[in-house]
Write a protein that binds this ligand. Structure first.
Ligand code: ZN
Length: 559
């Protein structure tokens, strides 16, 4: 029962900003650079410096010698995934290409972007004489046309796990499964996974590693996905293989290789289990009429907190993923649900390197003490809890909220998650369940975090949601702006009222399935007002990093 509640509770985890997809907002495909970040001409060195260097470490003293040996093997597998990914995104040998470059900044920037195209700037080429990035990345021949693809008779051409090439330079298209095309790499990776499986003491983990090795050799991932869902108490986790399809912007068919090596944060994971048991109470505590909270939140998914110690391939390209929601296979999700993994040390790195410097500029001097990592992390975690609260169906029983709100749904849903997250943190403080700091920390950190996330623009639902809340708060006097100093000051009591009233408003819109009200709320509030834009420009001009890049591996970990 307890487990069910845990699952129930923390439904859609998707880090700071992304709904129904497995990447964090920071990697949303639609949040490419806005003019807000291009207010001055940056040299390539500046662009490299926009990625703050972070060492990926965690406390490994909790691991046995065997477990440490496993890590060494899995890092090797991750490097192979990195190698395959390069081949999927770049038609030349990347090492040769990088070595030809004279300037260190160019080398670094090519590595950050996995190629000569700037991922956070609409994939524009940043090296002379380089063509536009092919939409289909390296998964298809660059000169392939839609007609040619459509005419090709091969049932595997749309498979997640095939790559298309030509017989000769201009010959007919050929379709190759990854395990054939990357035969040497996948065989080596599978062999290393089997060695790791032999060392594994945790039965679930052992089984998963064995099945994942088989999956790489056959490109059939179902059994290993099921085994991954069944793992419950292993401390090491390893997400590996061809997984997300964002890199294929041509058709979205092809999965790109990647790997995350993770160590579970037991303390936080236990805390979450405790909070999960409170979900029914939290639902009842919502500040709306009973009919808008008559659902019993339920889902069959679970949530964990991890430190990442190695990123490779797709997840390491450009902006860094900070939360994972997998597997993608609907068949697995139907029977087993999905798992949501928050990568705490990566989130911490973004907090230290980006949020704190932003707060230094934009938050009132005497309120800077409220900018706290715990508050930031709680805001993210309870955002996910917030997604699971409220109503799934409209109160008149005519259908789902999603159907009723149509194209307005995702922005309203993200707004709901943000605001209910803040609301239930307040409830948990009142109940004495949260004692890490004070509610004011969550409020001030929330406002500061809005400045961070809205730098990625408002084309995403998360960006719109951020602005709805921000502008609503502003209208309610939840914060004030000091024009002379250019800083924001949070008013605790007014914020508390605004949180309740916006929560009620959004829950009512959802429960009523009120499309027009949703549209009006978004149209009136879901935009960046000119006064805020000026402050965002100040952040950019101050050279505050936009993202992070990792130093990682055996040496950093002391293995
Ligand atoms: Zn969300």
């Amino acid at each position: 029962m307890k487990k069910t509640l845990l699952l129930t509770a923390f439904i859609f985890i998707i880090a700071m900003l992304s709904l129904n997809n497995c990447k964090s907002p920071d990697t949303d495909q639609d949040n490419s650079t806005k003019d807000t970040v291009e207010t001055k001409t940056l040299t390539l060195k500046d662009k490299v410096d926009e990625f703050a260097m972070v060492e990926l470490t965690t406390d490994l003293s909790v691991l046995s010698e065997n477990q440490k040996k496993i890590l060494v093997l899995l890092i090797k597998v991750a490097r192979i995934m990195d190698d395959i990914y390069w081949k999927e995104v770049f038609h030349e040998d990347h090492n040769v290409f990088i070595n030809k470059l004279k300037d260190e900044s160019y080398k670094d920037f090519v590595k950050i972007n996995y190629g000569p195209w700037e991922r956070l700037n609409g994939n524009k080429p940043f090296i002379e004489n380089i063509n536009e990035k092919p939409k289909g990345s390296g998964f298809y021949p660059v000169d392939m046309t839609h007609d040619e693809f459509n005419a090709l008779e091969d049932k595997y051409k749309t498979s997640l796990y095939t790559i298309l090439r030509r017989k000769e330079t201009s010959g007919p298209l050929t379709v190759h499964f990854y395990h054939d095309y990357f035969k040497n790499e996948t065989e080596e990776a599978a062999d290393l996974l089997k060695q790791a499986a032999e060392l594994a003491e945790n039965e679930g983990f052992k089984k998963y590693l064995e099945l994942r090795a088989e999956a790489l050799l056959t490109d059939e991932y179902f059994d290993s996905d099921i085994a991954w869902m069944d793992m419950k108490n292993n401390i090491i986790d390893f997400v590996v293989g061809p997984i997300e399809t964002y890199e294929d912007a041509l058709y979205g068919y092809k999965a790109a290789h990647e790997a995350f090596l993770l160590i579970k944060d037991m303390e936080w994971s236990n805390k979450l289990e405790r909070f999960a048991s409170l979900i029914p109470d939290l639902q009842q505590s919502l500040p709306v009429e009973d009919k808008y909270k008559s659902d019993s939140p339920g889902s069959d998914s679970d949530l964990g907190v991890y430190d990442a110690i190695y990123y490779a391939g797709d997840c390491n390209a450009g902006s860094k993923t900070i939360a994972i929601n997998l597997p993608n296979d609907e068949k697995v999700r139907e029977t087993k649900g999905s798992r949501k993994l928050q990568l705490k040390n990566s989130i911490k790195a973004k907090f230290d390197k980006i949020l704190v410097p932003i707060s230094d500029i934009l938050i009132a001097e005497d309120q800077k003490k409220h900018i706290k990592f715990d508050a930031f992390f709680e805001n993210i975690m309870f955002h996910e809890t917030g997604h699971g609260l409220g109503m799934g169906n409209t109160v008149d029983g005519s259908g789902t909220v999603r159907e009723a709100l149509k194209d307005q749904y995702t922005a309203i849903e993200e707004c709901k998650a943000d605001i209910l997250g803040l609301y239930i943190i307040g409830v948990l403080y009142d109940k004495g369940e949260l004692t890490t700091g004070e509610l004011m920390d969550n409020y001030v950190t929330f406002i500061a975090s809005t400045f961070r996330s809205v730098r990625f623009g408002i084309s995403s639902s998360h960006g719109k949601a951020n602005m709805i809340t921000f502008n609503y708060f502003k209208d309610k006097g939840a914060f004030t702006y000091d024009k002379e100093k250019g800083t924001y000051r949070v008013d605790f009591d007014k914020t508390k009222e605004a949180v309740s009233s916006l929560a009620a408003k959004v829950l009512t819109i959802q429960g009523d399935g009120d499309y027009e009200a949703a549209k009006t709320l978004i149209e009136e509030n879901g935009k960046i007002m000119p006064c805020l834009q000026k402050d965002l420009d100040r952040i950019s001009e101050a050279g505050i990093p936009r993202d992070i890049v990792f130093r990682q591996g055996e040496e950093i970990l002391g293995l």
